[in-house]
Design a binder for this molecule. Sequence first.
Ligand code: NAD
Length: 378
Amino acid sequence: MKKFSRRDFNSTLAKGVGGATLIATTPLACAMGTNQDRKKLGIALVGLGSYSTYQLAPALLDTEYCYLAGIVTGTPEKEQVWANKYDIPKENVYNYQNFDEIAKNDAIDVVYVVLPNSMHADFSIRAAKAGKHVICEKPMAMNVEECDAIINACKKYGVKLGIGYRLHSEPYTKEVKRLVKNKTFGDIDYISADAAYRSMSNPEQWRLNKKLSGGGALMNMGVYAIQSIIYGTGENPISVSAQEYSTRPEYFKDTDETITAQFEFESGAVGSIMTSHNVRANRLFASCQNGWFELDPASTYIPLAGRTSQGKLNFTQESQQKLQMDDFAKHVLFNNPNIAPGEMGKRDMIIVEAIYESISSGGQKVKLDFAAQYGFGG
Ligand code: NAD
């Protein structure tokens, strides 16, 4: 952990004059009255693929409570490129083999696991053992058993655990949660969520390989749709029935292409989701007793948009990843609420498993009895 002065000075001046320590004592910062010491957590990204490269690392240049302190990569060529680009010292660069030595590195407070799903549990548990707080990407793991193993390891080693559910920090999603909590439009009768994109070009990608992904569209975009119907009702579902459709079996050889599922909620609300690797859709819609609300798109990185029966929603957009990582850092630093805890990732995996179970049984209704156990209906 480092003490920094105001982040604006960090991000602007650090690039030009070579470092935060210098900035913290720069006369300009003092003269402008910005020299309020602020702790920033050091984050190490594990896995430098597309999400780390294009979303997380750029967002970490703007975060106020954390910064990119280290990297863990299995690709040696990336080490120097990233070290140069983000001013990462050599001692904060790891590979998958020497990763456990991160335990000795005080500059790293949080390990952020951004690897294929099959590697989430292993690296999250190793990070916890190393005494580092953990952010684990979605879906949390390959199955519920692995989710439990991650949660237990974080408890055992006394570290905090968050899931990379960026939307809980995003203003349109927060507004949906507020509308639901306040019952602005009365009870919800029907909720629907679609989260899907068209995978065209690379049948070799890990997302289509069940050993690495654990499943197809459902494990990828499906968790967003599941999340949407839960924060869109403020309730955990009590049952699910599901169907799977395959229209391009030659491309989707190993994983699910398109899944639909219907949910019941204790309040009497009903819901449905669609997720796919072969359809473009991204939307959340709720029909309520006295109106409706909608996000479209509902889970992309590009600005979300929304409307209600009372009119258009209008919020300023910032990087969702910046907001998410700062929220987690504030949880670690100030004990603010953990808005996407491991138990939430596990709850979603219970639902994923129930959906697969329903599909295998020909669409039969599977009961979900965890509603009271997990208080994350938001
Ligand atoms: P990616 O394919 O772009 O990157 C994967 C990284 O893992 C690469 O650096 C690759 O070198 C490394 N890797 C190590 N072992 C590998 C193996 N056996 N096969 C393939 N790659 C291997 O993937 P990504 O889009 O960066 O996704 C990584 C994780 O982040 C996934 O769990 C994904 O679900 C999650 N993700 C989350 C969001 C979000 O909005 N929260 C968005 C994108 C991805």
